[in-house]
Ligand binder design. Structure first.
Ligand SMILES: Cc1cc2nc3c(=O)[nH]c(=O)nc-3n(C[C@H](O)[C@H](O)[C@H](O)COP(=O)(O)OP(=O)(O)OC[C@H]3O[C@@H](n4cnc5c(N)ncnc54)[C@H](O)[C@@H]3O)c2cc1C
Length: 488
């Protein structure tokens, strides 16, 4: 049953599982665990719709590259899936088998561990089963770039799709406008004893459960850990530890422009670095998209922006002027854009500020920072794409100077794919959670979402984070043993 915590405060004395965050990860876990007969509490800080008082709690400062952390996340039921674009690309065996070449380990689990949950994650995202991930063009050359494979989700809006299940699943309590503001850790038992929750009138209460799972997105998952004084006092979180560190994005940049050769297809193209390329250059992975400027095919929010500008320029008779200006500044037929892997970097991090939000939780700073190895990845992908494009007879590429001149500042934008801030590792020396997403040093605190990614590959994160959430649900259910006193 979905209730508004602002007016209805009927929490049970205790739950089997308390999940914080009603985005894709939290909703998936809640329905899975309750579906197995567990007593589950899902607390969501926002309401049914966007509201300024909830969104304001995401206010943060930024240093380093701008990750647009305030603008991209949505803080209400359904989370950021309320405006995600739906592109889905699976992780590959090499994402798990080959550690990044930067002195930190990669994933401590085998690819098969998440591959097993791919069909279920695809069903959640309304992707057609058994069709495979498709390409829209052929490979480029025979060595460095293969055709990228992906599928587009409708895109699934989690709050709408699962509204009735969240309301009707027995054993599941969903409370909206219910914000986690503290984690109470007992260092004698190594267990989280309770979460402290608050409504918008600052009325606080303790929530007791056997297990707790944070699913608040990669920035907030780290923030909740860092904000808890008892986790720090108990030694679970330390200044030099990994909580908040290794914040990763996918690098979104314009590599340059291209001119198509006569007779070449004007359809958009998408390529992906081969494992051979990554091994040869010791680089990250990357998707490159080439599309003509006057034929930008877009979806999601890009489509909305495109339509807005089209209508605006037509209405005020500006179309030909805009056309002139864009052609003047773009000496090619099209642009080459990217979704490139960022390697984990301890200095790229979420850190706590002294200032507190309206509910008393300390705010964070997001310092998004690249390594020199990331600049090298961009450079070798750029140079090789340009070469392969010409060799394949497709046309000619003019690279942006910042791609190959590493003394220039990088012109990198985010994809709003936040990852790595509570990374998975086989020991606390290299991460925050173990192979089962349990926070090192605790007996009953787990993390869900892309904060646990050890590396991010060049795959869109939502489908893999659902695969991991489904795996976590199976693990927790198994650990909890047989169901007793179903829904008493
Ligand atoms: C414009 C845009 C386009 C995108 N396109 C794609 C794409 O094409 N493909 C792809 O794979 N990914 C895409 N993404 C990323 C995708 O949206 C995220 O990967 C996904 O939403 C993460 O799910 P989550 O459940 O981990 O976190 P979120 O969706 O961020 O959900 C977290 C939830 O926790 C709640 N919460 C936060 N703090 C608290 C608290 N203290 N107490 C209680 N509740 C709290 C929030 O209200 C929210 O509902 C896109 C993102 C953006 C911004």
């Amino acid at each position: 049953m979905i209730k508004d915590y602002q007016s209805q405060k009927e929490l049970r004395d205790t739950y089997d599982f308390c999940i914080v965050g009603g985005g894709p990860a939290g909703i998936t876990l809640a329905l899975r665990l309750a579906g197995q007969g567990r007593h589950v509490l899902l607390i969501e800080g926002g309401g049914h719709e966007y509201s300024q008082n909830s969104q304001a709690l995401y206010t943060c400062t930024s240093s380093g590259l701008n990750a647009y952390a305030e603008e991209t996340r949505l803080r209400y039921l359904g989370g950021t899936s309320n405006h995600w674009a739906g592109r889905c690309r699976p992780f590959e065996p090499s994402d798990f088998a080959i550690p990044p070449p930067i002195g930190l380990p990669g994933w401590p689990i085998a690819f098969s561990e998440i591959e097993a949950h791919l069909p279920a994650a695809m069903a959640i995202l309304d992707l057609p089963p058994d069709t495979g991930f498709k390409t829209i063009n052929a490979s480029m050359g025979d060595k460095d770039f293969e055709a990228d494979r992906f599928l587009l989700s409708t895109p699934t809006r989690f709050a709408q799709k699962y509204a009735s299940e969240l309301n009707e699943t027995e054993g599941l309590d969903v409370f909206l406008n219910c914000n986690c503001v503290d984690i109470e850790f007992d260092d004698k038992t190594h267990r989280v004893a309770a979460l402290v929750v608050s409504d918008y009138a600052l009325q606080r209460a303790r929530v007791v459960a056997t297990n707790f799972i944070l699913a608040t997105g990669a920035i907030e998952n780290a923030r909740q850990l860092l904000n808890s004084d008892s986790l720090a006092a108990g030694g679970v979180i330390s200044k030099d530890g990994f909580a908040g560190r290794c914040f990763m994005e996918h690098l979104n940049m314009s590599l340059g422009t291209f001119i198509l050769r006569d007779g070449q297809s004007t359809e958009p193209r998408q390529y992906f670095t081969t494992d051979a390329f990554v091994a040869e250059y010791r680089s990250g992975k990357g998707n490159v998209s080439a599309q003509l400027l006057d034929e930008v095919r877009s979806y999601g929010r890009t489509a909305a922006i495109k339509n807005f500008f089209e209508n605006l320029t037509c209405e005020i008779g500006m179309a030909h002027k805009v056309d002139f200006i864009t052609k003047f500044y773009c000496p090619g037929d099209g642009v080459i854009t990217t979704l490139i892997e960022q390697f984990p970097n301890r200095e790229s991090r979420i850190s706590l500020q002294e200032e507190r939000d309206e509910l008393g939780v300390r705010k964070v700073n997001v310092n998004w920072a690249l390594r020199t190895e990331d600049r090298q990845t961009i450079k070798c992908i750029g140079l090789e794409v340009a070469k392969c494009f010409a060799d394949a007879g497709l046309g000619y590429v003019k690279l942006d100077e910042s791609v190959y001149d590493l003394t220039l500042p990088p012109k990198v934008n985010p994809h709003a794919h936040h990852m790595g801030t509570t990374r998975m590792a086989s020991s606390p020396e290299f991460g925050v959670v173990d192979e089962n997403c349990k926070v090192f040093g605790t007996q009953n605190l787990y993390m869900a979402g892309s904060s646990v990614f050890a590396t991010g590959g060049a795959s869109n994160p939502t489908m893999p984070l659902l695969q991991l959430a489904l795996r976590l649900a199976d693990y927790l259910n198994q650990q909890a043993g047989p169901v007793v006193g179903r829904y008493s």
